[in-house]
Write a protein that binds this ligand. Structure first.
Ligand code: FE2
Length: 143
């Protein structure tokens, strides 16, 4: 079960957000590795708690950025963030209720949403700015 590999295709060109995405990838990998190594429950739960907190911090930052540039699909994007936060919470709840979760499920849940969200959903923010929306902030985007 491999790690989630960061690649330049995941870079949006907005430094603050890219740095946070990289950090999230590291944290997701930390959780996956802890599962694979069969770490103690307390250790895994601690990592999941940190991941959840950082996810909330990151989504807030991203939503502030979208507000700043007047991003038209903010409402929809916010709903997706809420759903993702919920999926990390359900993972925690499943563990709390001692349900058996496989590493594969954890990987699909965490790396799936992360990479998918960055590539499909966050990428639309960059496209909006590059297409001339949020002009005042276009200098935030590197070519
Ligand atoms: Fe996002």
């Amino acid at each position: 079960m491999g790690r989630v590999e960061w690649n330049d295709g995941l870079n949006l060109g907005i430094k603050e957000i890219d740095d946070q995405h990289k950090e999230l990838v590291e944290m997701v990998n930390g959780v996956l590795e802890a599962f694979e190594r069969g770490e103690k429950d307390t250790a895994i739960d601690k990592l999941l708690k940190q991941l959840k907190e950082y996810t909330v911090h990151h989504f807030n930052a991203e939503e502030r950025y979208m507000e700043k540039i007047g991003y038209p699909d903010l409402g929809e994007h916010r709903r997706m963030h809420a759903a993702l936060k919920q999926s990390v919470k359900s993972l925690q709840a499943a563990r709390f209720h001692m349900e058996k979760i496989s590493v594969k499920e954890v990987k699909e849940l965490l790396s799936g949403w992360l990479v998918d969200h960055i590539l499909r959903v966050d990428y639309k923010i960059v496209k909006f700015v590059k297409d001339g929306g949020g002009k005042d902030w276009s200098d935030n985007i590197k070519e």
